[in-house]
Design a binder for this molecule. Sequence first.
Ligand SMILES: [Zn+2]
Length: 497
Amino acid sequence: MNKISIKLQQKESPPTEKNIDAISNWLMLFAYPMEKATKKPCFPFQEKLLKRQQELGLKTVDTSPVVIDLPNKNSSHVSYAAIEASISSFQLLTLARKLVAAHSPTNPAQLGLFVYGFNKVESERIAEALISATLAAAADMPKFKTEKQTISRLSKLSLYGVRVNHGFKESFAIAEGNALTRRLSILPPNKLTPTEYLKEVKELARENKWKLEFYDEPILKKKKAGAFLAVSQASPKADSGIVRLRYTPKISTKGKKVFLIGKGICYDTGGVNLKPANYMYGMHEDMQGSAVALGVFLALTKINFNRPVECWMALAVNHIGPKAYKPNDVITASDGTTIEIIHSDAEGRMVLSDTLALASKEKPSLIIDYATLTGACMYSIGTSYSGVFTNKKEWHADLIKAGEDSGERVWPFPLDEDFDHMIKSDIADIKQCSQESGVDHILASRFLQRFVKNNTPWVHMDLSSSNKKGGLAHIPTDTIGFGVRYSVNLLLNNYLK
Ligand SMILES: [Zn+2]
């Protein structure tokens, strides 16, 4: 498991020369333009750092990090930059990732962090980004090489220039949640089958005192969850199902309930509409939505979130085989809706439809679901943003704002009724998708919305930024775990009123 055992020390003052000497790796962020030392330097090596910037000809704000070895006895290795306080969270986290990367080759056990020249609020925000990037890089991800792998030695962060009472507890919780999401997503599909996934979740449930229920296939049959079972019926082993986890806050149990729901397709072959090789490779990450839901759930638990939360994960594999569902099948979902199957690769909306229908029956005050759902979302917005959809149009501004704040950026898409004509079926209540539409991300959301009952306020995130070569924002791995930081920010700051 990805417990973080890194200790954070904080000091409001700048480091002394002795402090600098004691730590061999430093990350520093200064207000732009960097101050010249007047009579006495404000911190050690001020002149040296400034001079190096000048040598490099950095005349304007430049967010590429400068790297230098100081002339002290340790030759302390420093990566630093000068930025304006107005820098966007996304840019700040991206810079923080690069500053951290300058130290990865030496795998230090201790890092010094220093923020200087900003007001209190700005300093805290900047230190938070440095800490988050540091924790993201320190999380070891699964490797199956016979050769011995280096694991992160980082055990201590010494922060100078900022001191806060909360000790950046939220950032540590988010880092733990995100690391869990990434680790599960990276696991190969023969290691993370629905059976193994459930084992992992049971272990976490024990550790975190969550209540766990598993709606296995016989239970789902009783609940008439035909849409979910259409996907799972091709599996040689009946290990698919819906995990339901419950977190109850210690202080009050009366707050409005939040449900987190995720698509957990542990491998997506496409089914009888088999994916071509290039599109199938990487499909072990088609469970990332469920891992994001779980990551958010873990982070909220760690910060003792004051509202009850449930996490619902739809775990299955989209297999090929003689029992697999196929185009032209007509399936009946748990709410009685009949669905005409068009394409077996649109399995995500099938498992989610029953999960949403069953979950919304419990009348939560908010549902957020996460899914690596459509290629169309990626084509329309790229891989640096994820798409969001909601049945509460008035939330669009809040959804965008939470992305700007957290640095995990999202953009809303329309969800108007008139899109439905594209998934109108002659033989059933609705088509699963359209044969020709380029707006599959919108149609998928229209499809899902049908299964959100009782007018439950609902946000759906189509995770187009779940995987990005070289990382995204503060995350250094290709697998991003996008959505954990975003959602915690969204929920803690009480957006979506
Ligand atoms: Zn698929």
